[in-house]
Design a protein around this ligand. Structure first.
Ligand code: B12
Length: 465
């Protein structure tokens, strides 16, 4: 790295995520070195340092994204001076979230970090099937394909994509990532479906190592022995709860009411990947101010009580509006959620809560205007506001039913005790969730994305499993 002070200034701007003097710094520097050298010898090494600091735990994710913002702004400013050909790229990736999945942020974080590290990225967007991806591979000829999936079901869709690519004769190495994906699944299900290489990467930094040939894909961790299932206690009949009303009802919370319910530790550590402390608190205050400015300060939910009865040993039949809806609750570890409902008739509390369309629009706008750090912060707070709403509804239902402390457990479709994500469609219909702008897409996901659906099980013996 050159010792010239302007280059040092630019490097510091990237590392500090501070674009305040960027235009001036770049102008001064461009008079002294070619634009291409600024990219290759200053910006990319600075970003590589950011990556090293992140991996050592010395830089936190929102600051990595701020650094990426500075690099993006610098590249935009340098663009007219950069030669059309000859720009050294570290590699290229065609990136897509697979069909049936509308989850954007995981894939977009990969896009942001790869681009700011000198990779070319073609981001196809969400809900992409094998045909679209194969056509884009032919068009863009990427060095790697990156597939993203949030849900278990979309990890299965990855296998279809790979089979389709194989059928089309594509052999470009593929890197897969996402919340519900495991290295073991990549090894056992995805690798055999494709002729080219398939690797798992936990994040953008792992992906860059694979793309640079620096690190072989990690072998799957030895699968631990599954915990021995405890014999479930026999479920005794419980006195039926008395719901205060039947059918759906609207409930609203303001941002001020919800904020005290936000779990800050989860927000900071899991959603923002930051240590709790003054910096995280400052980001929280700024993100809340942004939400207020955009009038994202009222949140709607629907909840209600429905007549239901247990049918067989793993089903509930819900009766509402002259129509029967059946929910299957498969037995696991000897327990089915159906065990907690009486065959002769019971009450089922259901709810849906959403951050609303305004939040989704804000996220889209922040990403499109290259405010990457704000994008992560808004998404993370939105996720925790959805959780806070769910907690508030859970509490309201517990109060309505007069449940004892710690009685009344919340279960959502898509989790092991209630695996059918498609039951979200049934909940949306029963609660008439269109009234609060919530719908279900073809992949059975709630739209807007930052929404939660659940039932509350009031039986005193109910446990999480
Ligand atoms: C926060 C969260 C929520 C939030 C926000 C969700 C969202 N869409 O953003 C809220 C509370 C709204 C929510 C709701 C639900 N959730 Co949720 N949620 C999570 C949680 C805890 C984190 C997801 C997240 O946002 N991560 C942050 C982003 C940035 O990470 P990411 O997408 O994983 O991407 C990173 C990596 O995976 C990787 N990566 C991603 N893609 C790629 C691609 C490549 C090429 C590479 C290299 C790397 C890579 O890099 C990214 C950056 O580091 C996960 C569990 C978990 N620990 O991951 C469950 C999880 C995704 N949720 C789950 C479920 C079931 C739900 C609900 C269906 C529950 C319900 N019925 O209400 C709803 C769905 C609502 C809907 N719209 O239909 C399940 C899904 C399982 C399944 N059955 O498929 C999970 C896996 C929890 C679990 N253990 O079962 N959820």
């Amino acid at each position: 790295m050159t010792a010239n002070p302007w280059a040092q200034g630019l490097r510091a701007a990237v590392l500090d995520g501070n674009a305040a003097a960027l235009e001036k710094d770049l102008d001064l520097l461009a008079g002294r070195m070619p634009a291409l050298a600024i990219v290759n010898d200053v910006l990319l090494p600075a970003m590589a340092e950011v990556g090293r600091l992140f991996e050592k735990g010395m830089m936190q994710l929102p600051f990595v994204l701020q650094a990426a913002e500075v690099v993006k702004a610098a590249l935009d400013l340098l663009e007219p001076r950069l030669p059309k050909a000859g720009r050294r790229l570290r590699g290229s990736m065609l990136l897509a979230t697979v069909k049936g999945d509308v989850h954007d942020i995981g894939k977009n974080l990969i896009d942001i970090i790869l681009r700011s590290n000198g990779f070319r990225v073609v981001n196809l967007g969400v809900n992409q099937g094998g045909e679209e991806i194969a056509a884009a591979v032919r068009r863009h000829r990427p060095g790697h394909v990156g597939l993203s999936a949030l849900l278990v079901r979309s990890t299965l869709e990855m296998e279809n994509v790979l089979r389709h690519l194989r059928g089309e004769g594509v052999r470009v190495p593929v890197i897969c990532g996402g919340a519900a994906l495991t290295p073991a699944f990549v090894d056992t299900a995805l690798k055999p479906a494709y002729e080219g290489k398939v690797a798992y990467a936990a994040d953008a930094f792992a992906a860059m190592k694979i793309m640079s040939g620096k690190e072989a894909a990690k072998p799957a961790p030895a699968g631990g022995r599954p915990a021995k299932a405890k014999a479930p206690a026999a479920v005794k009949a419980a006195a039926p709860v008395k719901p205060p009303f039947r059918g759906p009802r609207l409930a609203r919370w303001t941002l001020d009411e919800l904020l005290p319910l936000v779990d800050r530790r989860v927000l900071f550590k899991a959603r923002w990947q930051m240590r709790p402390g003054p910096k995280a608190e400052r980001f929280l205050a700024e993100t809340v101010a942004l939400l207020r400015e955009r009038k994202i300060d009222r949140f709607a939910a629907l909840y209600g009580y429905f007549r239901c009865s247990r049918r067989g040993d793993d089903r509930l039949v819900i009766e509402h509006g002259g129509r029967k809806t059946v929910i299957e609750l498969p037995r696991r570890e000897g327990i089915s959620l159906a065990d907690y409902f009486a065959p002769e008739g019971d009450a089922l509390p259901l709810f849906i809560a959403t951050c609303g369309a305004g939040m989704a629009a804000l996220e889209k706008e922040l990403y499109a205007s290259d405010r990457y750090s704000r994008y992560l912060l808004a998404h993370g707070l939105g996720a925790q506001l959805a959780e806070a709403l769910a907690a508030a509804l859970h509490e309201r239902i517990r109060c309505d039913l007069g449940l004892a402390a710690r009685q009344g457990r919340r279960f959502s479709p898509g989790f092991p005790a209630w695996p059918a994500l498609s039951d979200q469609r049934k909940i949306v219909r029963l609660l008439d969730a269109g009234r609060i702008g919530v719908a279900v897409n073809k992949g059975d996901q709630l739209v807007p994305e930052l929404s939660v659906s659940a039932m509350v099980v009031s039986h005193p013996q109910a446990v999480y499993f």
